[in-house]
Design a protein around this ligand. Structure first.
Ligand code: BTN
Length: 242
């Protein structure tokens, strides 16, 4: 499966593929650009956390022209594309989406997505996929797993090609049919719809029933009769330690 039209620039070592993508954003014309690296010395995750870049895993950043897409929608589409890629490779895999940007394989985090803005015109979608190893340190909020540890054998390069094809399909669908079909697909494969969850936001935690996401990709959390629309936070399922 070959993704067409993408220019993929590969590096041996970078601080972060998002940093490189931000450099390219200053000179880029209208190409579809991906920055990929074998090693990141300062990979970063959401909310100031670091992202350990273990050998053999996949680290890449997609540079997109920013034309008013809601960044939350881009996160949902990026995560859905990851879900679809794993299902394409291993149709019977136990894989679920977790708001906003996680993909769970056998209940554990297998990837991460970090969206950043570059200037006024570009968005960077930075993605890490645990292909062969799963990073685990005290900063990690959730248990992690790799594709290989779950019996899914695919190289980082093949995964990237499959991913870009899924991502392209979803972005075309967004342009043609809007966000609604993608929102439905995300919800259909999200873990814990209708169950009790806790959402951690800085110093505040809200508990309630997970009701899906709205048309702007906000999480819908029902606390008694009140429906919260949550823009950012970390989700914990009931069985997880908070
Ligand atoms: C998270 O789950 O906290 C998001 C992790 C995102 C990691 C990827 S790896 C490629 C890109 N470069 C970075 O420095 N971060 C993202």
């Amino acid at each position: 499966m070959k993704a067409r039209d993408w220019k993929i620039v590969c590096f041996e070592e970078v601080t972060s593929t998002n940093d490189k993508a931000a450099e390219y954003a200053q000179t880029m014309c209208d190409e579809k650009l991906v920055i990929k690296a074998k090693k990141q010395t300062a990979g970063r995750g959401r909310r100031g956390r670091s992202w350990l870049s273990l050998e053999g895993n996949l680290f890449f950043s997609i540079l997109l022209e920013y034309n008013e897409q809601n960044p939350g929608m881009l996160v949902i589409i990026s995560a859905l594309s990851l879900w679809q890629s794993i299902k394409f490779i291993a149709p019977s895999a136990d894989v679920w989406l977790k708001w906003p940007n996680d993909v769970l394989l056998n209940g554990k985090k297998v990837s991460g997505i970090l969206l950043e803005k570059a200037g006024e015109k570009h968005m960077i979608i930075g993605i890490g996929v645990n292909i062969v190893q799963s990073p685990q340190n005290e900063e990690m909020l959730y248990p992690t797993v790799s594709l290989k540890e779950s019996g899914i054998d695919v190289s980082a390069d093949d995964f990237l090609q499959i991913y870009l094809k899924q991502f392209d399909g979803n972005m075309n669908s967004l342009q043609k049919n809007g966000f609604e079909p993608l929102r439905r697909q995300w919800i259909a494969n999200a873990k814990g719809i209708g169950a009790e969850i806790a959402v951690q936001q800085h110093n505040k935690q809200i508990c309630g029933i997970f009701r899906g996401i709205d048309e702007n990709a906000n999480l819908l959390l029902q606390e008694n009769t009140k429906l919260h629309k949550i823009l950012a936070g970390d989700v914990f399922y009931k069985e997880e330690k908070k």
